[in-house]
Design a protein around this ligand. Structure first.
Ligand code: AMP
Length: 572
């Protein structure tokens, strides 16, 4: 099969976003809507009976939705929102695992012109409350179990949340004001719906991401992003009409939306969704049974597969695989090579982030892979390495191999259009005509980009971005804690795990019991994915004279590395 991107230089030279837009249909009568491109245009055409979503349940169930069925079901959800009086641009939050209702709600929300905002189901009550509150959520779709465990206790603090649609509603939630039965509403709703006449610049998706300080940032994406989802599906993931694609990402994060929902559907192909968590043998079984051709996963999962070893793979026929790709954290060069041994093909690393909305740098199928490199920029994307030179200025580093900040020239369709209600934070990302990504990287003489590290203190654990400030703030709420500093500690499988250092108030003494209590306290509030895995005691959390926590110093001490410049350290 000929790859979609054969001649990189040639395609780059002739590519234009305007032309890429013409591969999509646009709404009949004008406008652009992600869900129309993903669902309705196929449901109206030759692909109407082609499987769109293949859902695999935890217990072995399987449910296929053809494009026609997906169209009818997402229409129902759009009608549910309309009946509830939810207006265009209002935010619909989803808190659920990988269940079919999530996908129907996401696409139905986009059809109605509302904004889809996913939450990670492993978040604890506090990250959930904070994001719904910051995003001014009007509707929450969740399961009865998640409602009871995570939402009930913060419900009263979210007055703007008018409707909660509960899936699998048990007796206990039935009579609570504002709680509605998802399935009952869906059953009553009409299967026909005329998609809202959204324009390319209308807000479609809101993805929360974390920075070093302050509250989580709501990255705003518009309907035009679908042009980039489609193009990257073609160039980086090499979608062809008969592909069976499997993106293992959770829909609570941006990859799970851009590639777990939108991109494959815009190509009219079959997208596999597995409800269960990682299990190497289950995964190989899925690839074999469903003849997965393109597999998009993450380095943590690859490392877990490597731990299980290649022996077990011999029991499966994985010959359907054409392309295995990975994103989210650095992919070790050994992992790229291991792919060759395990699957008979290397693993293709690619790079992007919440703010970019889609893949920006990739190792393409037809291009030589350099293990350890993120690849080369997508046609239509100009990437550079820059150095900050004083206030409000950067200069491009053109010599190969020199480290600097990875930057992109603004203007691609899936570029975030702002951080919700934080104009200043958004503005600061753009300097001297570049969007600064916050990552450090190098470019070699052939234009391949190599990841070096983050320019800030955010933590990447199992592919999930975690803001240290969020964790520190919760620890500080405990009566015993005077100060807290949080770092990412290198971990062979998860990349990094969250580690906290706390100092105590005078009346408290450090003990193992207190450590356990703090671990439990943080876990209950933040959820397993964000809470620290380890907590240690320090007499003082190191800070600069201006009061900023010196996380880099905590990290250097933890790892036994040189402590660097301590001239700004506040002496205690
Ligand atoms: P998120 O916004 O949660 O998707 O996280 C984006 C960040 O993940 C990037 O800014 C990088 O720090 C990291 N990241 C994503 N892809 C890669 C990759 N291929 N190699 C190294 N780091 C990556």
């Amino acid at each position: 099969m000929t790859p979609n991107l054969c001649d990189y230089e040639q395609t780059r030279a002739t590519f234009s976003w305007a032309q890429a837009r013409r591969a999509l249909d646009g709404l009949p009568g004008g406008g652009l809507n992600i869900a129309y491109e993903a669902v309705d245009r196929h449901a109206r055409g030759a692909r109407r009976n082609h499987p769109a979503l293949r859902w695999l349940g935890r217990g072995g169930e399987r449910r296929d939705f053809t494009y026609a069925e997906l169209c009818a079901q997402t229409n129902r959800f759009a009608n549910v929102l309309r009946e509830l009086g939810v207006g265009k641009g209002e935010r619909v939050f989803l808190l659920a695992g990988r269940i079919p209702e999530l996908y129907l709600s996401a696409l139905g929300t986009l059809k109605g012109g509302q904004v889809f905002c996913p939450l990670f189901s492993a978040f604890g009550p506090e990250p959930i409350r904070q994001r719904i509150s910051l995003g001014d959520g009007r509707v929450l779709v969740t399961t009865a179990a998640l409602y009871k465990r995570k939402v009930a206790e913060v419900r009263a603090t979210l007055p703007g949340l008018r409707h909660i649609l509960v899936i699998g509603q048990p007796e206990e939630t039935r009579d609570i004001a504002g709680i509605l039965d998802f399935h009952q509403l869906m059953a009553q709703a009409d299967e026909r719906f005329e998609i809202a006449r959204t324009q390319p610049e209308d807000l479609a998706l809101l993805h929360f991401t974390s920075g070093t300080t302050g509250t989580p940032k709501g990255a705003m994406h518009v309907h035009e992003a679908v042009v980039a989802h489609h193009v990257t599906g073609s160039f980086a993931l090499d979608f062809h009409p008969d592909d069976v694609f499997w993106c293992t990402a959770d829909p609570g994060w941006v990859t799970g939306t851009s590639y777990g929902i939108i991109a494959p559907l815009t190509h009219g192909i079959t997208s596999v969704v597995d409800e269960a968590d990682f299990d190497a043998e289950r995964w190989y079984g899925i690839v074999q049974r469903h003849k997965v051709t393109v597999w998009y996963t993450a380095p943590t999962a690859v490392r877990m597969m490597m731990k299980v070893g290649t022996e077990v793979i011999r029991n499966y026929d994985l010959s359907s695989l054409r392309l295995v790709a990975s994103v989210g954290e650095p992919l070790n060069p050994e992992a790229v090579v291991w792919g060759q041994e395990a699957f008979g093909r290397p693993i293709h690393d690619n790079w992007w982030q919440t703010e970019t909305g889609g893949i920006m740098i990739a190792n393409y199928l037809a291009m030589e892979i350099r293990p350890g490199s993120m690849g080369r920029p997508l046609p239509g994307i100009e990437a550079g390495i820059v150095r900050r030179v004083g206030q409000g200025a950067v200069e491009e580093v053109t010599e190969p191999g020199v480290e600097g900040e990875l930057a992109l020239r603004p203007g691609w369709p899936s570029m975030f259009r702002g951080y919700l209600n934080e104009e200043e934070r958004y503005r600061k990302c753009f300097v001297g005509g570049w969007y600064l990504t916050g990552d450090l990287a190098r470019r070699d003489a052939d234009g391949y980009f190599w990841f070096v590290g983050r320019a800030d203190d955010v933590i990447k654990s199992a592919g999930h971005l975690i803001g240290p400030f969020e964790v520190e703030s919760i620890l500080m709420e405990h009566a015993a804690v005077a100060e807290a500093g949080v770092i990412g500690k290198p971990d062979p499988v998860a990349g990094e795990v969250v580690k906290a250092f706390v100092s105590l108030k005078p009346a408290y003494a450090w003990s193992d019991a207190l450590r356990r209590e703090l671990l439990g306290f943080a876990r209950k509030r933040l959820g397993a994915v964000v809470a620290p895995r380890e907590i240690d005691h320090v007499a003082n959390v190191p800070k600069t004279r201006s009061g900023k926590i010196m996380r880099r110093l905590l990290k250097a001490r933890e790892l036994g590395l040189p402590e660097g410049d301590l001239s700004t350290l506040e002496t205690q």
